[in-house]
Write a protein that binds this ligand. Structure first.
Ligand SMILES: Nc1ncnc2c1ncn2[C@@H]1O[C@H](COP(=O)(O)OP(=O)(O)OP(=O)(O)O)[C@@H](O)[C@H]1O
Ligand SMILES: [Mg+2]
Length: 256
């Protein structure tokens, strides 16, 4: 990860306040309410520049003006896209697809967040160089930690962020296996993210458990990578076989 890139994207509270011409206390308030993506360095906040652009109230104009000569951010999509990359067969290229799709869209100027739903944390490791980040998606799903406190920027790819996984995600499967409504686990998180990002990509694990089902229920679209191989193709069939709980309870258009 390039330190220069991070320093460029993460602003101190004072820098953000100057940029938006508001009181630093306002920036602190937005951080605390989760209105803008931020991280903590000791006792102070660092604010993510791109999240200021998306803040209701039109900070984008102020930011565009703040960097004369820099191309304006690409116009957002007409509606946010939520794409799950899934196949219960392992090793077929789900993570590779999710990461590269995310990077390609981010390169085009869209704000992209990748949710790593796989306890293996391959996407997290690829994008951040770490697979033990804390807090992680586990804290969002089990302990209701604000996603904006967990999301981190991808190394070397501006406009791309990751909601990181770690091995603790296996606890989510275990804790929620028998819980009613478990397939809706991710949906409120995704709904929140679509207010700040243009594209949400969900990298599913190689199984059809709580994590994958909740990823599918939260998504509008699927990508199913396959290898030209019998067992990989069989994974598609299993994925689209109606799941009783999914078909009964979920209202997503393509589920079941
Ligand atoms: N298009 C491709 N051509 C050749 N190799 C590929 C391609 N896509 C992925 N790979 C390789 O296949 C391997 C598995 O890829 P990847 O980890 O993306 O699969 P996955 O479906 O996410 O695996 P898992 O099910 O374990 O999460 C990796 O070594 C990756 O580099
Ligand atoms: Mg994977």
């Amino acid at each position: 990860m390039s330190g220069v890139a991070i320093a460029d994207e993460w602003l101190t509270v004072e820098q953000a306040a100057t940029l938006l011409q508001v009181n630093p206390a306002t920036i602190y308030r937005w951080c605390k309410s989760g209105e803008i993506a931020h991280t903590r360095v000791g006792r102070t906040y660092r604010v993510h520049r791109a999240s200021l652009e998306r803040r209701p109230g039109g900070a984008g104009g102020a930011l565009a003006n703040a960097r004369p000569g820099e191309p304006a951010p690409a116009s957002a999509l007409a509606r946010p896209r939520v794409i799950a990359v899934t196949n219960q067969k392992g090793g077929v290229g789900k993570t590779t697809t999710a990461v590269n799709l995310g990077a390609a869209l981010a390169e085009r100027g869209l704000r992209v967040v990748l949710i790593d739903m796989d306890p293996q944390a391959n996407a997290t490791a690829t994008l951040t160089g770490r697979e033990d980040l804390m807090p992680s998606l586990t804290d969002v799903l089990l302990h209701h930690v604000e996603p904006s406190r967990v999301i981190v920027p991808a190394a070397r790819v501006p406009n791309l962020w990751v909601l990181p996984a770690n091995i603790g995600l296996t606890d989510v499967e275990l804790h929620l296996m028998a819980k009613l409504g478990r397939e809706f686990l991710l949906r409120p998180v995704v709904a929140q993210l679509t207010r700040a990002y243009d594209v949400v990509i969900i990298d599913c694990p190689p199984s059809i458990g709580v994590l994958t089902i909740s990823g599918l229920v939260a998504a509008d679209e699927f990508i199913v990578p396959v290898r030209p191989h019998l067992y990989s193709a069989m994974g598609i069939k299993k994925l689209f076989a109606p799941s009783p709980s999914c078909a009964r309870r979920a209202t997503t258009r393509r589920c079941g």
